[in-house]
Design a protein around this ligand. Structure first.
Ligand code: 4NP
Length: 153
């Protein structure tokens, strides 16, 4: 989950899907991305995000922007926010839902990065998109390990 669903969260969706497929868990784990704002509904990911991901063998071209829903929060076991702003947007959307504890920061699963937030690369240059990928790749490894432990996969 990010703000626009055109930079960080589609990148995370692509990275995590690839990882899950490499671990033969493609049928058991469903990963999807969404934004907490509606600016870019139905748009493909930002071309800078697509290019950066393509260099690492990840195709984001078929992803389309959508806005997060309360059903997402109810149905998914992990709701992973890229930064505190999105985390709070999601908590607000969840209201009284009992599964608010599903909402976490993605980078809590990262070992290599001490930061809490994946920085918004939208107004920066290509380097920002590489850093987003580095952070998301590392956090995805930790996330997959957590899922494997939790569900004995
Ligand atoms: P994202 O990046 O939240 O990583 O998809 C952004 C994309 C668009 C905007 C902000 C952040 N925007 O302001 O349009």
């Amino acid at each position: 989950m990010c703000l626009g669903n055109i930079c960080r969260s589609p990148t995370a969706e692509g990275v995590f899907r690839k990882l899950v497929t490499e671990h033969d868990l493609g049928h058991g784990v469903i990963a999807d991305s969404a934004g907490t704002h509606a600016y870019h509904i139905d748009e493909p990911p930002d071309m800078r995000a697509q290019h950066a991901a393509a260099k690492r063998g990840i195709d984001l071209s078929s992803i389309r922007g959508r806005k997060a829903t309360t059903e997402d929060i109810r149905d998914f076991d992990y709701i992973l926010a890229m930064d505190w702003e999105n985390y709070h947007n999601l908590l607000h959307m969840a209201g009284d839902l009992s599964d608010r504890e599903n909402i976490r920061l993605l980078l809590q699963y990262s070992e290599k990065f001490d930061e809490e937030e994946v920085p918004d690369p939208y107004y920066g240059g290509a380097k920002g998109f590489e850093r987003v990928l580095d952070m998301i790749e590392d956090a995805s490894l930790g996330l997959l390990a957590d899922i494997k432990r939790r569900y004995s996969l």
